[in-house]
Design a protein around this ligand. Structure first.
Ligand SMILES: Nc1nc2c(c(=O)[nH]1)N[C@H]1C(S)=C(S)[C@@H](COP(=O)(O)OP(=O)(O)OC[C@H]3O[C@@H](n4cnc5c(N)ncnc54)[C@H](O)[C@@H]3O)O[C@H]1N2
Ligand code: MOO
Length: 418
C-alpha cells in the first residue's frame, strides 16, 4: 500500500472495491432519482389511439384542399366528441366533427383545424351547424398519432437510466408501476472521539458536540443511501475495533470520523488493518489528507478525518462516488464549471486544495467564484454559506484574481442560476 495517493487513484480504488447492492422492486414514485436495474417496456401503445391536439374540427384534409380567404369551404358539423368519447359514425362528404383536445380522432378524419380559425356560418358551431375553412390543412395536422411515444412491448427506459420526475409520468403512462432498482446502501456512521457528546447535550469542559455524524449522515442521504447514526465511540483501540467489527457485519458501508491521523489516540488505521485489509491512508488533497479505506468482513470501511470540513470533502469526493456506484449510477461526481477567481488566491500546497467558495453569475453570464475568507478545516459553518468548492491544482503558484479555476457545484445549483 502506497502512503499518499492522488484523488483520482483513491476514487478508483474505493469505487472498485464496492459491489452493487441487490435489486429490489419499488413503487414507481419511489423510483424517482434512482437507476433502473432492468429494461422497462410499455404494455400498450402510448398514446393508445390517435387523438386531437386541439379543440376544433376533425375532417378529411382533402375536403378543404381548395380552401382560401376568397373561396372558403363549408362543412356540416355532424357530431361532437370530448376527451374520453369515441365517435362511432362515419364522416361523409361535406362533413366534419367538432372535437376536443385529447378526444379520439374519428376513423374517417385525418386532420384537425383549431376552432380559432374556423368561421361559423350557421348555428353555434355544434352539431347541425355549418362551419367555414379559409385555408387547407395538412394530413396529420393537430393529430397525435397512436404509439407516438411508445409501442406496446417497446423498451421505454433502459437499464442504467436514471428515472426523472417526468420519467415517472412516462412510465405511469406505459403501465410500469414497479421498478427494479438497486437497494439503497445502509450506511453506518460512527463518530470517534472522547471529546464528543451528542448534540442534544450542552458540552461540558473539554467536550464538543458531535456534528460530524449528522453531516455525514446527511451526505449519505443525499447520495441515495440510508444512514444510521451509531453511538459515539471513545478513543480506544478496543472500543473502535468492536464498533467497526459490529457495523461491518450489519451494514453495507461503514463511515467513521476522527482518529484518522497519527496522534496518540488515532486508531482507525490499526483497527482496519487488524480486522481486515487496509487499502489506503492518505490522499493528496486539502482539506482531508487523512483518508483511511479498507475492507472488513467484505464490507467497505471508510475512516474520514475528524476535522469537519476535511470529513465533508472526503465524503463528497470519495464516499459519495462509491455509494453511487453501489446503486448503479454511471455519473459519480458533482458537476463542475469553470469560473473566474474574483480575488488573488495565495493558498498553495503540494496537495490539491478545495476552497469553499461562492459561485455567482457575472453580468456577461460567465461564472465568478469568491473563496470564503475562513478556510479552516475545522468548520462546517462556511460550507453552509457557500455553494461550491474551487479547485486549486496541486503545487500551483498563487492564483491571481481573474484566473480560471474549476468549481465543483455542491447542493444548490438552482441558486447559481444555471
Ligand atoms: N501532527 C499533526 N497533527 C495533525 C495533522 C498533521 O498532519 N500532523 N493533521 C491535522 C489535520 S489536517 C487533520 S484533518 C486531523 C485529522 O486527524 P484525525 O482524523 O485524527 O482527527 P481528530 O484528531 O480525531 O479530530 C480533529 C478535530 O476534529 C474534531 N472532531 C472530531 N470528531 C468530531 C465530530 N464528530 N464532530 C465535530 N468535531 C469533531 C476534533 O475535536 C478535533 O478538533 O489531524 C490534524 N492533526
Ligand atoms: O487533513 Mo486536514 O484535512 O487538511 O484538515
Amino acid at each position: 500500500m502506497r502512503e499518499m495517493i492522488s484523488l483520482e487513484e483513491a476514487r478508483a480504488l474505493v469505487c472498485g472495491a464496492v459491489e452493487p447492492t441487490e435489486v429490489e422492486r419499488v413503487g414507481l414514485l419511489d423510483a424517482v432519482g434512482r437507476v433502473a436495474a432492468a429494461d422497462l417496456a410499455s404494455d400498450i401503445n402510448v398514446a393508445p389511439f390517435a387523438h386531437s391536439a386541439m379543440d376544433g374540427f376533425a375532417l378529411r384534409a382533402a375536403e378543404i384542399a381548395s380552401a382560401a380567404e376568397e373561396t372558403p369551404v363549408c362543412l356540416r358539423v355532424i357530431g361532437e366528441i370530448g376527451a374520453g368519447d369515441v365517435f362511432e359514425g362515419s364522416i361523409g362528404e361535406g362533413e366534419c366533427v367538432r372535437i376536443m383536445t385529447g378526444a379520439c380522432l374519428p376513423a374517417d378524419a385525418d386532420a384537425v383545424v383549431k376552432y380559432e380559425i374556423v368561421g361559423v356560418e350557421e348555428g353555434d358551431g355544434k352539431t347541425g351547424s355549418l362551419v367555414s375553412f379559409t385555408a387547407p390543412a395538412k394530413v396529420g395536422a393537430n393529430v397525435r398519432a397512436a404509439g407516438e411515444e411508445a409501442r406496446a412491448g417497446e423498451v421505454v427506459v433502459r437499464a442504467g437510466e436514471v428515472i426523472s420526475a417526468a420519467g415517472v409520468g412516462f412510465l405511469a403512462g406505459c403501465g410500469v408501476l414497479e421498478v427494479p432498482v438497486r437497494r439503497r446502501p445502509r450506511v453506518a456512521v460512527i463518530a470517534t472521539g472522547s471529546e464528543l457528546v451528542p448534540p442534544s447535550e450542552v458540552p461540558g469542559p473539554g467536550k464538543i458536540r458531535n456534528s460530524n455524524s449528522f453531516a455525514m449522515a446527511a451526505c449519505a442521504q443525499r447520495a441515495g443511501a440510508v444512514p444510521h447514526i451509531l453511538p459515539i465511540v471513545e478513543d480506544t483501540f478496543e472500543a473502535l475495533r468492536d464498533a467497526v467489527a459490529a457495523a461491518a457485519r450489519d451494514y453495507d458501508f461503514v463511515v467513521t470520523t476522527g482518529g484518522a491521523a497519527n496522534g496518540d489516540f488515532d486508531f482507525i488505521k490499526p483497527v482496519v488493518a487488524e480486522l481486515g485489509e487496509l487499502k489506503m491512508t492518505t490522499v493528496n488533497m486539502r482539506p482531508g489528507k487523512a483518508q483511511t479505506f479498507g475492507i472488513v468482513n467484505g464490507t467497505p470501511v471508510f475512516g474520514l478525518p475528524g476535522n469537519p470540513a476535511a470529513a465533508y470533502v472526503g465524503f463528497e469526493m470519495l464516499i459519495r462516488p462509491a455509494l453511487r456506484t453501489m446503486q448503479g449510477y454511471t455519473f459519480m461526481n458533482h458537476p463542475t464549471v469553470r469560473a473566474r477567481l474574483t480575488a488573488d488566491e495565495k493558498n498553495r500546497d503540494p496537495r490539491r486544495i478545495f476552497l469553499r467558495g461562492t459561485l455567482t453569475r457575472a453580468t456577461d453570464g460567465t461564472f465568478e467564484v469568491t473563496p470564503s475568507r475562513n478556510q479552516s478545516s475545522g468548520l462546517f459553518g462556511p460550507i453552509q454559506k457557500t455553494n461550491c468548492m474551487a479547485i486549486m491544482p496541486e503545487g500551483t503558484e498563487p492564483q491571481p484574481a481573474g484566473s480560471m479555476v474549476d468549481c465543483i457545484l455542491l447542493d444548490v445549483p438552482e441558486e447559481v442560476c444555471l
